[in-house]
Design a protein around this ligand. Structure first.
Ligand SMILES: [Zn+2]
Length: 357
């Protein structure tokens, strides 16, 4: 693919310049005695490792490790990408940081001192078949994030509008959660016609089914999952993806499609509230028809009562801990001035009579 070649070539040349710069500086200072490593030399000498990033395993060649992120290449993608060290397990973190320390000590020119080129912005290049790829660069707290969106060429207009939303939503989600973008860089978004669900996303990449069906609300929902994928329970992880995604849709002018109507959801909720379809959210397997509607209505009411600051605190807790128990939720309510947290959770989250309307 032409696009990947260009990326790889520009990378290779960037790396070459980086190495030259490094060696031309000259390392003359005397070295400390060799550090001792827990990882065997035989493992530290090799560059290719199986990396497990938040449950996503892949074979990667480590390029460099900085204080916060790891840079790797991968044969399948044929490019360099980076992601936060926090996505690695403790044992893998030990291996990769010792790998870097080992290279620094024994082979300092191994260190690549380049960073992402920042002059690429909103480029469209042909991809395979009827697809094209658009790249946008979004400045974030710690990185210049490259979002690479591959979609059917006929859907360019839809993709343009979606990318416009992402340019505002990704920095906003960073700010809301207080957690720097926890995904891969570049981050790939693919229109995948074989996808059975509407969308799918996590720290590694995102998929949408055909763009017209997937909708912008789905996109905004999925991008919340870059922060809270795999989190529990569903009324928090999915409920916040719906609600925070919805806030973004309103704030940034997202287009809703037929069937996406929050006022209708509210009416539907009034119809099944208190019936045999209405269960406390913490006690029933989550489904989108009833539980999803109820969770959306709940987060909206909670946000109206306690403000964005509270909603964002829940998002942050869910992103950092991958869970938010009913007890955690009550603690956060107390911290935000609620003296009787049961008033909020009764009926909605746990068994009891509704007192919060
Ligand atoms: Zn979801």
């Amino acid at each position: 693919m032409q696009s990947e070649k260009t990326t790889l070539l520009s990378w290779l040349s960037a790396i070459a310049i980086g190495s030259l710069l490094f060696t031309s500086c000259g390392e003359t200072e005397t070295k400390a005695p060799p550090p001792t490593f827990q990882t065997p030399d035989s493992i530290l000498k090799i560059n290719t490792h199986m990396i497990d990033a938040d449950g996503w395993e892949f074979k990667a060649q480590i390029v460099k490790v900085t204080g916060k992120r790891i840079f790797v290449t991968n044969e399948e993608y044929r490019r360099i990408f980076d992601f936060p060290l926090t996505m690695l397990s403790d044992s893998q973190l030990l291996v990769v940081t010792e790998w870097q320390a080992y290279k620094d000590y024994y082979k300092p020119d191994y260190k690549v001192i380049t960073d992402y080129p920042v002059n690429i912005n909103d480029t469209i290049v042909p991809d395979t078949g009827d697809f094209e790829m658009q790249v946008v660069v979004i400045p974030l707290k710690e990185i210049e994030l490259r979002v690479e969106f591959t979609y059917q060429t006929k859907n360019r207009e839809l993709a343009n509008h979606m990318l416009g939303l992402l340019k505002r939503a990704i920095p906003a989600y960073e700010k809301k959660s207080g957690v720097p973008f926890p995904g891969f860089n570049p981050y790939m978004v693919l229109e995948n016609l074989k996808l059975k669900a509407l969308g799918l996303a996590g720290p590694t990449d995102a998929y949408l089914c055909s763009l017209d069906k997937a909708s912008e609300w789905t996109l905004m929902h999925e991008f919340v999952h870059i922060w809270n994928a795999g989190g529990r329970p569903s009324w928090v992880t999915e409920g916040l993806a719906d609600y925070i995604g919805y806030q973004g849709m309103i704030e940034y002018g997202g287009n809703f499609i037929e069937g996406e109507n929050y006022n209708e959801d509210m009416k539907f909720w009034d119809e099944f509230k208190g019936t045999d379809k209405d269960f406390p959210l913490s006690e029933k397997k989550y489904g989108y028809k009833y539980e999803g509607t109820k969770a959306m209505v709940f987060w909206d009411k909670v946000n109206k009562e306690f403000g964005d600051e509270f909603t964002n605190a829940c998002f942050r807790h869910n992103a950092l801990n991958r869970k938010l128990t009913v007890e955690d939720f009550k603690e956060l309510l107390k911290a935000h001035g609620e003296e009787d947290p049961d008033r909020i959770t009764d009926g909605w989250i746990v068994t009891g009579d509704y007192r919060f309307e």
